[in-house]
Design a protein. Structure first.
Length: 254
C-alpha cells in the first residue's frame, strides 16, 4: 500500500495542564474514510482540535509526507479542513455567502474558481441551490449540516475532518449525509470522521479506531469493527484488557 496521506504519531493534548490524549497513533490513506469512534469523554473532539492546531499538542503530524504547519491557517493552506461539531455557520449570512467564505484561502492564493466549485456543491446538495439566497440561520438542521459540509468542500481539501456530522439529525437525514460521504470518498477525497454513531460510521469506513480514555483501544477494518462485539463492550465500560488489542487478536479470557 502507498504511504499514508495523514500520519499521526504519539499525539498528546489536553486542557489546562490535564492531558486528554495519551500518545495517539493513526493513519489515513488517500481516498479512504477512517472513523474514530468511542464513548463520550474519550477524546474524539480533542483529537480533531489538536489535528487542526486549535489546541496545543505534541507529537508528529504529517500530510502527504510533509510535517503540517504550526497554525490552523497553515494547515488549511496545506489542504486540511475541519467541519466542527457545532458547524460554525454565519447564521445572518446567505447560503451562497457562507459557501464563498469556504473558498477564501483559494481566493487569497489567486484562484478564481469559487463559482465553479459552488456549482459542484449545488449538484451534491440540490437543496442548497434552492436556498442559496436564504439566511443560513433559517435552515433546518439537516440543511445546516449540508451547508457546513459544502462550505468545507469549497476549499477543495485534500483531507476533510468531520466532527459528529450526524449530531441532532433525523435518521433519514443521517443516512443521506453518510451516503454523501461515501460518494466523496469514491471520488477520491480522504475523510477522517469522528462519530458517536459507531455502527453507521464504521460501515462506510475503510478503517476504524476505537478511542477510549485518550488512547486507541482497538483498530482495524471498518466492516470488521462494525460487527465486533468488543465495540459494544467499549460503550458499556468493558475491561480494558479486552479492548487493548487489534482486530483479529483473540479476546481476553474471562
Amino acid at each position: 500500500m502507498s504511504a499514508p496521506l495523514l500520519e499521526v504519531k504519539n499525539l498528546r493534548a489536553g486542557y489546562g495542564g490535564v492531558e486528554v490524549l495519551h500518545g495517539v497513533d493513526l493513519q489515513l490513506h488517500q481516498g479512504q474514510i477512517a472513523a474514530i469512534v468511542g464513548p463520550n469523554g474519550a477524546g474524539k473532539t480533542t483529537l480533531m482540535s489538536a489535528l487542526m492546531s486549535l489546541l496545543r499538542a505534541t507529537g508528529d503530524i504529517s500530510l502527504a509526507g510533509a510535517p503540517v504547519g504550526p497554525t490552523t491557517e497553515a494547515r488549511v493552506a496545506q489542504g486540511m479542513v475541519l467541519v466542527p461539531e457545532k458547524r460554525g455557520l454565519f447564521t445572518d449570512m446567505s447560503v451562497a455567502d457562507n459557501l464563498q467564505l469556504g473558498a477564501f484561502q483559494r481566493y487569497r492564493d489567486g484562484k478564481r474558481d469559487h463559482l465553479a466549485i459552488m456549482q459542484e456543491v449545488f449538484e451534491l446538495f440540490p437543496r442548497l441551490r434552492e436556498r442559496h439566497r436564504q439566511r443560513a440561520g433559517t435552515l433546518s438542521g439537516g440543511e445546516r449540516q449540508m451547508l457546513a459540509l459544502g462550505r468545507a468542500l469549497m476549499a477543495r481539501p485534500r483531507l476533510l475532518l468531520l466532527d459528529e456530522p450526524s449530531l441532532g439529525l433525523a435518521p433519514r437525514i443521517v443516512a443521506d449525509i453518510f451516503r454523501t460521504l461515501a460518494t466523496l470518498r469514491d471520488q477520491g477525497l480522504s475523510i477522517l470522521l469522528v462519530e458517536q454513531n459507531a455502527r453507521a460510521s464504521l460501515q462506510i469506513a475503510n478503517y476504524g479506531y476505537v478511542l477510549e480514555m485518550g488512547r486507541v483501544a482497538l483498530e482495524g477494518d471498518g466492516h470488521i469493527l462494525a460487527a465486533d462485539p468488543r465495540i459494544i463492550q467499549a460503550y458499556i465500560g468493558a475491561r480494558k484488557d479486552a479492548l487493548l488489542c487489534r482486530v483479529g487478536d483473540a479476546p481476553a479470557a474471562g
